[in-house]
Design a protein around this ligand. Structure first.
Ligand code: NDP
Length: 305
């Protein structure tokens, strides 16, 4: 993508291509702005704390003195701050709201589906065209084939801005018109990530107590993690169809393994609270008469509690 310039009567270049503003220059906001610049998009940047735009302005980004000035500079504003308290603090200032009227804002900050829907309703009340989004990969992936973006909100608005958003690289998926849907996926996927990371931290603590270093465990940890992706697909079928097959690994066997982890951890004085919770869920499934089912039946238990 490249920006075309015409000469204005003043002799200054007037961009006729797409224009983007990025509000928020943390690691992710800087990566987004950098990808737009690399794609030749005229990019205006603003951050609450001054001075975070130095590398970007050296690469051609236009610094704005205020968020309202930043928003007024472009057709499309991408917001990427820590959460929706922060994006509200920026967007809901009267001058910014006024400047955004009739323009499009895409909020790529992370928060809950409820906050995304609330922001979409606020935008609608103020004549602001609004898309919500979530970024599922770390900052260094932005602008590469590895980036993963999720979007939700009006389909036609997504279609209108997709050619510019494509500058961010990777895969882009529009999940539907409900503005909370991207955040719903984000929450679910981060749930997997952070509980797995919590399990990893616990596993390494127990392994170290047994004299096994994190480096020694790493290749086998990778192996156990590799078992999960096909299980997600297999479990999805079980869960959506309500079959909960435990033919090859009934939850009675899984609960027994979990008890070993609890005992081994606590023998070393290591908190086993997370595993106790999971074992407790498995035991409740068994107590309900479903001991022959697979671990996936825990989803049913949680959904009903
Ligand atoms: P942070 O989540 O730490 O957010 C930092 C940004 O938020 C800074 O620009 C900061 O401004 C701004 N901010 C915080 N509070 C306010 C406020 N009250 N008003 C205005 N601005 C505020 O850094 P990231 O850039 O990494 O993340 C941004 C978003 O992207 C987050 O929602 C994160 O979950 C998401 N994300 C990040 C990934 C990553 O790899 N970094 C991966 C996937 C998603 P200031 O400089 O003034 O403090």
């Amino acid at each position: 993508m490249s920006v075309h310039s015409d000469q204005s009567p003043t002799g200054l270049a007037t961009p006729t291509g797409p224009t983007v503003t990025v509000l928020g220059l943390g690691p992710m906001g800087r990566a987004l702005a950098g990808a737009f610049l690399d794609a030749g998009v005229r990019t205006t940047v603003w951050n609450r704390t001054p001075g975070r735009d130095a590398d970007l302005t050296a690469r051609g980004a236009l610094p704005a003195a205020s968020p309202e000035e930043a928003v007024a500079a472009s057709d499309l504003t991408v917001v990427c701050v820590v959460n929706y308290d922060a994006s509200d603090a920026v967007l809901r200032q009267d001058a910014v709201t006024t400047a955004l009227k009739g323009r499009t804002a895409v909020n790529l900050s992370a928060d809950t589906p409820e906050r995304a829907r609330d922001t979409a309703a606020w935008a609608d009340r103020h004549g602001i065209r609004y898309l919500d989004g979530a970024i599922m990969t770390p900052a260094p992936t932005i602008g590469t084939a590895d980036a993963v973006f999720l979007f939700s909100g009006p389909q036609d608005l997504y279609g209108e801005h997709q050619p510019v958003l494509a500058a961010l690289g990777g895969s882009h998926t529009h999940l539907g018109e409900d503005p909370g849907r991207a955040a719903a996926y984000d929450i679910a996927l981060l749930d997997i990530f952070w509980t797995a990371m919590g399990g990893y931290a616990h596993a390494v603590a127990v392994a170290r107590a047994e004299g096994v270093t994190a480096r020694e465990l790493a290749p086998f940890a990778e192996g156990i993690a590799a078992i999960l992706p096909p299980l997600f697909t297999e479990f999805a079928g079980d869960i959506d169809d309500g079959t909960y097959s435990g033919e090859l690994n009934p939850i009675t066997s899984a609960a027994s393994t979990m008890a070993h982890i609890v005992h081994a951890s606590e023998a070393h004085g290591i908190d086993a609270g997370l595993m106790r919770v999971i074992e407790g869920q498995a035991r409740r499934v068994i107590a309900q008469g479903h001991g022959g089912d697979g671990f996936s039946r825990v989803v049913e238990l949680l959904g009903r509690s």
